[in-house]
Ligand binder design. Structure first.
Ligand code: URA
Length: 268
């Protein structure tokens, strides 16, 4: 017989799961609980047993023995989609930093959860704030062109930002705002697990690498972030202001293409 939980217990378990996810513990499993012994136990103990089984991670030797190896999923689309949905739900109607005050729409991400390539920008502008999608304004059009120059479609990549709410007047996010929002971006990266990340501009590079350095010293190299290779390039908004740098940006994107094994265009 399916066991239903009272609302308070459900809430407590959901809160605990959120807490674990914020710590980066995402590999949780549910072990079937034999209902008979549970029925014989006092309610508090049954809850403990249930939480215990839901919350334990698969790190201990004992558990590794007890749990049969998970079969590789033939298609991980649903897994990733639902993990991303959970992150979005955890963000909720966010008021964690001051940026929420001027927000119309929170901008979570756009693109494929299966993407091999992920772009990270700084934060939504006016168009993104109105539509709830990243890079849909002028800088977004240039990013779309950069993506198609790589021989890819926008729907094939994943796009997100350091902060999910528009900074007033498109200013750079304050460290407190960026640091508040970053755990969610890192969780998105951990779910999508792109082979290559492209940091668009200094803000994305700074928060992904965890250190502030001039862009010049970061470009032209392959960095490593959370198991993905990271390439740093100029922000499209900067390229709109100084189109002469597009050539440099294209050189950066070609590094990303090489890392992905994509065919480079013949040199002209
Ligand atoms: N600039 C960004 O950094 N991100 C967007 O989504 C749009 C513009």
């Amino acid at each position: 017989m399916p066991r239903t939980l009272d609302p308070a217990t459900r809430q407590a378990i959901a809160a605990r799961l959120r807490f674990y996810r914020e710590l980066g513990l995402t590999e949780l499993y549910r072990r079937p609980v034999d209902p008979a012994p549970l029925q014989d136990l006092p309610a508090a103990l049954s809850q403990d047993a249930l939480e215990d089984s839901v919350l334990r991670t698969t790190t201990s030797h004992e558990e590794t023995k007890a749990i049969p190896a998970r079969k590789p999923a033939p298609d991980q689309t649903e897994d990733r989609e639902s993990s991303l949905r959970i992150i979005r739900e955890d963000i909720g109607d966010c008021t964690r930093c001051a940026l929420h005050k001027g927000r119309n729409k929170l901008v979570f991400a756009d693109g494929s959860p299966q993407a091999r390539l992920m772009f990270v920008g700084e934060g939504p502008g006016a168009d993104e704030d109105a539509q709830g999608l990243p890079f849909v304004g002028r800088a977004g059009q240039l990013l779309n062109n950069m993506i198609s120059a790589m021989g890819l479609k926008r729907e094939e990549v994943y796009i997100a930002n350091v902060v999910k709410c528009r900074p007033p007047g498109n200013r750079t996010p304050e460290p407190e705002e960026a640091n508040t929002c970053m755990p969610f971006l890192l969780r998105q990266i951990d779910v999508v697990r792109p082979e290559v990340l492209v940091a668009l501009g200094a803000t994305a590079a700074t928060y992904l690498l965890g250190q502030r350095q001039p862009l010049a010293g970061l470009r032209g190299r392959v960095h490593s972030v959370r198991g993905s290779r990271l390439i740093v390039t100029y922000h499209p908004a900067y390229l709109l202001r100084d189109p002469r740098q597009k050539k440099e940006a294209w050189a950066d994107l070609q590094i990303a293409m090489r890392e992905l094994g994509l065919k480079l265009p013949p040199r002209g």
